[in-house]
Design a protein around this ligand. Structure first.
Ligand SMILES: Nc1ncnc2c1ncn2[C@@H]1O[C@H](COP(=O)(O)OP(=O)(O)OP(=O)(O)O)[C@@H](O)[C@H]1O
Ligand SMILES: C[C@H](N)[C@H](N)CCCCCC(=O)O
Ligand SMILES: [Mg+2]
Length: 233
């Protein structure tokens, strides 16, 4: 392999129907499964909002969860070029800090990461169209990365329309929706199976798995509910 050749075999962008619906759990489960397949796997959470001090280090829960599964060590600023202190809409956090986020910075980080791993899993923040700045949003970021998209659907009343709108927005940007995951947000959702069937009939992308409400959000356990053979080769 030449020095400039990428070892990359698989990469995806994980989006979802909303914030707090299981993107991190699914992204971490994907990383877990890919590592189990023998791949070197890098994680990116390019935009993260919400920090805490853990063992004297400023950290973000999503980043920690993803990195706990990944097996390619990377500098923090490549994993997360934009880390904001408050758990709020990232463009507001950036404005408060007097900064402007740019997709190009994330793309540059991704290019470096993709030279260092056989698989890269990139988690968005919030839903697909969360703003980054006055002129760019998360969807622009996904388009710039050009990665196949895995959509996490947080199963609760209202998710059908959110999922269909998200799929439409992904495809409108020329991206492939390579799969979706049904993740149980509301364990008491009536007619869960019928809701999933409705989405299966309309999304036109493979259902990678249905994750129940787990006793704790363990990525290894979540991975057992995913069919990795459905992912693009
Ligand atoms: N299937 C599940 N079983 C148990 N807990 C879950 C499940 N899915 C998600 N959770 C929990 O719900 C919370 C929200 O999930 P998660 O952090 O994955 O959301 P997210 O979509 O990544 O949000 P964000 O937009 O902030 O990145 C977390 O505490 C997570 O551990
Ligand atoms: C802080 C939170 N957990 C997410 N990382 C960011 C969610 C932004 C949502 C913005 C919106 O669509 O209203
Ligand atoms: Mg998350």
């Amino acid at each position: 392999m030449s020095l400039t050749e990428s070892p990359l075999k698989f990469a995806c962008f994980v989006t979802g129907t909303d914030t707090e619906i299981g993107k991190t759990l699914v992204a971490a489960a994907l990383i877990h499964g890919l590592v189990k397949q023998g791949l070197s796997v890098a994680a990116m959470k390019p935009v993260a909002a919400g920090t805490m001090l853990r063992q004297g280090r400023v950290s973000n829960e999503d980043v920690d969860t993803l990195l706990a599964q990944a097996n390619v060590p990377l500098p923090d600023d490549l994993v997360t070029p934009y880390l904001w202190h408050e758990p709020i809409a990232p463009h507001i956090a950036a404005a408060k800090a007097g900064q402007v986020m740019a997709v190009e910075v994330v793309l540059d980080a991704y290019r470096q990461v993709s030279m260092a791993a056989q698989a890269v899993v990139v988690e968005g923040a919030g839903g697909f169209c969360v703003p980054l700045s006055d002129t760019q949003d998360m969807a622009d970021m996904a388009r710039a990365l050009g990665l196949p998209v895995v959509m996490v659907v947080g199963l609760r009343l209202g998710c059908i329309s959110h999922a269909l709108l998200t799929a439409e927005a992904v495809r409108a940007r020329g991206l492939s929706l390579c799969g979706w995951v049904a993740n149980t947000v509301d364990p008491d959702m009536p007619y869960q199976a019928e809701n999933i069937q409705t989405l299966q009939a309309r999304l036109g992308a493979p259902l990678l798995g249905v994750i129940p409400r787990l006793p704790n959000a363990d990525p290894a356990l979540a991975a057992t509910y995913l069919d990795f053979s459905l992912l693009p080769k």
